[in-house]
Design a protein around this ligand. Sequence first.
Ligand code: COA
Length: 168
Amino acid sequence: MSDSAFSLEPELPAHSTEIESINAEAFGPGRFARAAFRIREQGPHEQALSFVARCGDRVIGSVRLTRVLIGEKPALLLGPLAVRPDYKNLGIGRQLVSTAVEAARVSGGKAVLLVGDAPYYGPLGFERIAAGTVALPGPVDPARLLVACLNGAEPSEFCGNVIHEDRT
Ligand SMILES: CC(C)(COP(=O)(O)OP(=O)(O)OC[C@H]1O[C@@H](n2cnc3c(N)ncnc32)[C@H](O)[C@@H]1OP(=O)(O)O)[C@@H](O)C(=O)NCCC(=O)NCCS
């Protein structure tokens, strides 16, 4: 039985080993072939907009945002999102998503994109993108391509290939 007391905190470099182990457990080796992973491997995630859930000293959940371009428009790609099995269904996943989206909004972000299940992310402000308007480097079920627009942006503004934003 797990202790359900948890806190959400910004991600730190010291969390990376535990985050990798949570993602390996949640997604398995197949995660490396996912279209969203192919973008994330092009460059680092945005640590300032990424969060962990902790229970005591243990990292029990993680969400990351990565800066991308959709066509020529800056946006943020959300994922991976994962919660340790012992801590599921406590609202941690939803709180991680809401916290990351709010951080994106406060930072002036216009859109948070993700590949995921609409029944889970819909109540958190995400909606489907019109089929064919946004392309990732690899096949994605269009029904799972979701966006939350922020700071007055509209989904129709975001069109084109999604690539990692090169900020060097
Ligand atoms: C998806 C995940 C992050 C949810 O984390 P969590 O902390 O358990 O989620 P919450 O407690 O906030 O929400 C739980 C609710 O979401 C529902 N839910 C979980 N995954 C869902 C999914 N894929 N689609 C629809 N609903 C889902 C649960 O049934 C539960 O519903 P209830 O509140 O009516 O009982 C977690 O199950 C996980 O790590 N899964 C493996 C990795 C993964 O699939 N990540 C998401 C990739 S898009």
